[in-house]
Design a binder for this molecule. Structure first.
Ligand SMILES: C[S@@+](CC[C@H](N)C(=O)[O-])C[C@H]1O[C@@H](n2cnc3c(N)ncnc32)[C@H](O)[C@@H]1O
Length: 246
């Protein structure tokens, strides 16, 4: 029997690939990992389009109880494990992959778009991004995101900040909260930043401005992420001008 680890994309029920949908259709049990990202639609829309009942899988199920749930099912029947975005991007589900393999279960991966590629809409060259970093909700004594940014800047590279989220509590860090945090540990108010929200959806939001200007704006979609550009090529600058707040 096979465990299908399927990326379902960033926005809605129709972002799954044809191959992914075929594997969902032939699965007896379908899990959806619910704790690392958020679609623009609810689980009912997925269930209707896929024609399958979906079992929400929180961190506890995936990381601690997979042997008695997902992997137990996959040992005896076709089982799908759905991940928002791509299964191995930004949050990696390598752990469940290796645990399945170690248990002798066949695994098939179906990739999809990720926030790591969707940020291409900013016009920044993806190969000029440096290390990606995450800003946690509890960040009082946390310096790593700022240190990563400084290291990337030193090398002229762009920095992508992923922002903490707790979908089960409907709690998502905003671009503004991320900027407030970065200013509290040293970011200047003149730094050019790019805020992104709901990438991959038709109504995605993209705004560029210096930190103090961007702080006056609100993003309404979730999830959100923040980018601080490094050294810009003129083609990148031209693209930023299109969504820069003047
Ligand atoms: C831990 S990552 C999960 C990435 C997912 N596996 C993927 O491939 O896109 C989740 C974080 O990425 C960012 N993110 C994910 N999807 C996004 C989107 N559509 N628009 C903007 N930011 C997004 C947010 O900061 C969010 O908290």
């Amino acid at each position: 029997m096979t465990l299908y680890i399927i990326g379902i994309g960033l926005c809605d029920e129709k972002d799954i690939t044809i191959k992914g949908l075929e594997r969902v259709k032939k699965s007896s049990t379908v899990y959806l990992e619910t704790y690392t990202s958020k679609l623009q639609i609810g689980i009912e829309r997925l269930e209707k389009f896929y024609g399958k009942k979906i079992i929400p899988a929180d961190r506890e199920i995936v990381e601690k109880r997979a042997e008695e749930t997902i992997l137990k099912d996959a040992a005896t029947k076709e089982t799908a494990f759905l991940v928002i975005g791509d299964p191995f991007s930004a949050t990696t589900h390598i752990d469940i992959y290796t645990r399945a393999k170690d248990a002798g279960i066949k695994v098939e991966i179906i990739n999809n778009a990720s926030v790591l590629t969707a940020i291409g809409i900013t016009g920044l060259e993806l190969y000029k991004f440096g290390k990606v970093t995450s800003i946690p909700f509890e960040n009082k004594n946390v310096k790593t995101p700022y240190e990563v940014y400084q290291m990337n800047q030193k090398n002229g590279l762009h920095t992508l900040f992923l922002l903490d989220l707790r979908p089960e509590e409907d709690k998502f860090m905003t671009v503004n909260e991320a900027i407030d945090y970065l200013i509290s540990i040293g970011l200047t108010k003149e730094t050019l930043c790019i805020g992104c929200a709901g990438l991959g959806s038709k109504e995605y939001e993209l705004k560029a401005a210096n930190t103090s200007e961007l702080l006056k704006k609100r993003f309404t979609k979730f999830p959100q992420c923040l980018i601080i550009p490094g050294k810009l090529h003129f083609v990148e600058e031209e693209m930023i001008e299109r969504y820069k707040i003047s």
